[in-house]
Each structure stands twice: as structure tokens, then as C-alpha cells.
Write a protein that binds this ligand. Structure first.
Ligand code: GLA
Length: 394
């Protein structure tokens, strides 16, 4: 199965946790179609943990909870497919799922076949309750084989939270995306820590096997299953989406798409950012600046007229196909400050005689032909993302 671009879709966990049902999944898929998410590429609809009964049936097969999924999974998958989506489900490599439901340890081949029989196109495979006597790599390899043995194309989405440096070996065992960090929470600290922790591992992410820094929380605004800590603002969500896009990370929505805030909805469908995420070359960005941000706004904490925030500035420079480049400026400090981009750090010194013709990726606004450097004042917790092309000066 050739997964050439970062997978895009929706997953039930971040907002709904245990409160999932046939009705919710169908309503979500319908909303994604009607509101144009499918058209933008969000094609996987994935049911996470807490979908089954606690006991397997007499044939040792997993059984959907009849209260939540009264029609069973095949009928639901058929409806999801009829709407034009691919259908995803969840299991776990351990003895029980994270929420304590039956898991696929020693049932890899029968469970893979069950998923294939139901019409599943995507399997998220977690790592809770993994027995200490077993080998994690081998069990992920086993489920990968079990999925292949079904003969059905099923995207294998491993989720071992970075255990044993998955960026070094998940690709080799046929996995298509792998979670590299612990669970995201719907707050600024959580998602920025997650993205920063993986900046240097994206050189091992790309076509066929993507580093997955978890489902997005955009649009949750402090409500839902992973709404812990201080709720995000719309600006925080822009920064979240821009980070995931600059890294070419999988884009799995975690909010309630049926009632998404309009600003968040247009963010998730922003063509400039999606073009960067889905660039066919899927190159990792270069880190051209990582360091302090100096803010000249009065700091409410100290009352000082300016304040320095160590390690809060980040500039990412990404080569795209078709002779384009993306530049992402991030300010993780709470107050506005300058984030630099010296073109020489990306290989373009002033003496080259070339500059970059820049435009704002989110708004399309033309920013002119810039030479040598282009620094920006970025709002606190904010970002700016630009697209550019080389152009001869003069
Ligand atoms: C783990 C995963 C989450 C989610 C839950 C479900 O914590 O990392 O993404 O699937 O399990 O219980």
C-alpha cells in the first residue's frame, strides 16, 4: 500500500473519548462531506478506543458494543464508504486496550481478518498493557503481517508513543504512520512540547511512513476528552496547525466537525497551509532559527518594558516541490516579539544576487521581493507562514 502523503482524517478520541456511537460516526462523516473537509483531503473517519464489548464471541472475535453500534461495524463501514470516506478502527498490541477493552495480543491474525471483513481501511494500534516478557517491535511487525495477510489495503497507524525510538524502525516493518510522543492535551504547552520534541526526527519521516505527532485539538476550546489545562485560543490553534503543516505530519482532526468554530474550520481548510503539508516531496524543514524572543511589550508579570524569553523563537524553512519554499515563524512566548529569518542560513546569502519573492501562505498577501533576510514581529503564541520563490535581484 503506497501512502505517499501525510494521511488526513478525523479520530473520535480527543473530543468524544468513550461517548461514541454509530450515529456520531455517521453524523461526523456527513458533516465532513457537507462542509467540504472531504474535498480538502480529510478522508479517514476513525473510531478510537471503547467501541467493543469486554468479551470476545464464541469464535474468539471482537464484538462491537451493541448499545453503541447496534448495526455492527460492517453496515457502518458501508455507510462511511458510500459517503466517499475510508473507515478506521482501533486496537492495541497489549493484553487490554488503554481503556481496558480486549486487545490484539496473541490475536493479531484473527483480529486483522475481522477488521478486513468489516471493511476497515485504517487501523490505529496502541501500546497499553503490553506484557513485559514480550517484544514490542516484534508485535508491531506481527500485526503488520496480519494486516497484509488479509489481502485488504489497510493503513497501519502504530501508536507506541515513541517507545524504543520508532522513527528508526517502524518504516522497516511496513507501518504507514507511528505516534512518536505521549498524548496531546488541548493546551498550548502540550502541543508545542510535542512538536518541539520531534523537530529533529522528521528527517526520518516521509512518503510511506510518517511521524505522527498526534491528533489535532483545533476547535476544542477546552471541551472534550483531552481538554486539560488552560484552553487554547484561536491564535494557539493557528500555531498548532502551522506546526503540523510545516512538518508534513498526519492531519487527524480531533474536534467536533459537526459544530466547528468558523475560524477553526477555515484554518483547517486553508489552501496555503494544506499545500505545505501535502507537498509531494514531504521534506522536513531546516531549523534556521531557534533561540530567544525579545518582546518590547510591557510584561504584566514583571512590569518591565521589555522581556527576553529563551528558546521561544523558531523559524523553519522548508523546500517544496515546483521551486517553492515555505517559511514558518513561531513565537512560543506569551508576548509579541521578533522572529528572524536570515536567508543565508537556508543557503541564500545576499551576495548570491537572488532573493525570495514572498507571500503570506494563509492570506495570499504579497510581501514583495526580499533580499538577505526577512524578520517578522510575531504575536505572542502566534506564527506566520510564508510561501516564496527564488528571484534574481535587479
Ligand atoms: C492512548 C493513545 C490515545 C488514545 C487512547 C485510548 O492513550 O495514545 O491516542 O487512543 O489510548 O484509550
Amino acid at each position: 500500500m503506497n501512502i505517499a502523503l501525510p494521511p488526513m482524517g478525523w479520530n473520535s478520541w480527543n473530543t468524544f473519548g468513550p461517548d461514541i456511537s454509530d450515529q456520531l460516526i455517521v453524523e461526523t462523516a456527513r458533516a465532513m462531506k457537507e462542509k467540504g473537509y472531504l474535498e480538502k483531503g480529510y478522508e479517514y473517519v476513525v473510531i478510537d478506543d471503547i467501541w467493543s464489548l469486554h468479551e470476545r464471541d464464541e469464535n474468539v472475535r471482537l464484538v462491537p458494543d451493541p448499545e453503541k453500534f447496534p448495526r455492527g461495524m460492517k453496515a457502518l463501514a458501508d455507510d462511511i464508504h458510500a459517503l466517499g470516506f475510508k473507515f478506521g478502527m482501533y486496537s492495541c498490541a497489549g493484553l487490554l486496550t488503554c481503556a481496558g477493552y480486549p486487545s490484539s495480543f496473541d490475536h493479531e491474525f484473527i483480529d486483522a481478518q475481522t477488521f478486513a471483513d468489516w471493511g476497515v481501511d485504517f487501523l490505529k494500534y496502541d501500546f497499553c498493557n503490553f506484557p513485559p516478557y514480550a517484544n514490542g517491535r516484534q508485535r508491531y511487525a506481527m500485526m503488520s503481517m496480519a494486516l497484509k495477510a488479509t489481502g485488504r489495503d489497510i493503513l497501519f497507524s502504530a501508536c507506541n508513543w515513541g517507545t524504543d525510538e520508532p522513527w528508526k524502525w517502524m518504516d522497516s516493518i511496513g507501518v504507514h504512520m507511528y505516534r512518536s510522543t505521549g498524548d496531546i492535551h488541548d493546551n498550548f504547552q502540550s502541543f508545542t512540547d510535542i512538536a518541539k520534541s520531534q523537530l529533529n526526527n522528521f528527517c526520518m519521516s516521509g512518503p510511506h511512513c510518517f511521524n505522527d505527532i498526534d491528533m489535532l485539538t483545533i476547535g476544542m476550546y477546552g471541551k472534550g476528552n483531552v481538554a486539560l489545562g488552560e484552553a487554547c485560543t484561536t491564535r494557539d490553534y493557528q500555531t498548532q496547525f502551522a506546526l503540523w503543516c510545516m512538518l508534513s505530519a498526519p492531519l487527524m482532526l480531533g474536534g467536533d466537525v459537526r459544530r466547528m468554530d468558523p475560524d477553526c474550520e477555515s484554518l483547517l481548510k486553508n489552501d496555503g497551509l494544506l499545500r505545505i503539508n501535502q507537498d509531494p516531496e514531504c521534506r522536513p524543514p531546516q531549523i534556521v532559527y531557534r533561540g530567544r524572543v525579545v518582546s518590547r511589550e510591557a510584561d504584566p508579570a514583571t512590569g518591565g518594558r521589555w522581556h527576553e524569553y529563551p528558546d521561544c523563537g523558531l523559524t523553519l524553512f522548508k523546500h517544496l516541490s515546483g521551486g517553492e519554499f515555505a517559511i514558518g515563524y513561531f513565537n512560543f512566548a506569551p508576548l509579541a516579539g521578533e522572529v528572524p529569518c536570515l536567508f543565508a542560513d537556508a543557503g541564500l546569502p545576499a551576495a548570491s544576487g537572488f532573493g525570495l519573492r514572498l507571500r503570506d501562505a494563509m492570506t495570499g498577501r504579497d510581501l514583495g521581493l526580499q533580499q538577505d533576510r526577512y524578520d517578522l514581529t510575531v504575536d505572542g503564541h502566534g506564527c506566520r507562514v510564508l510561501l516564496g520563490r527564488l528571484e534574481k535581484i535587479g
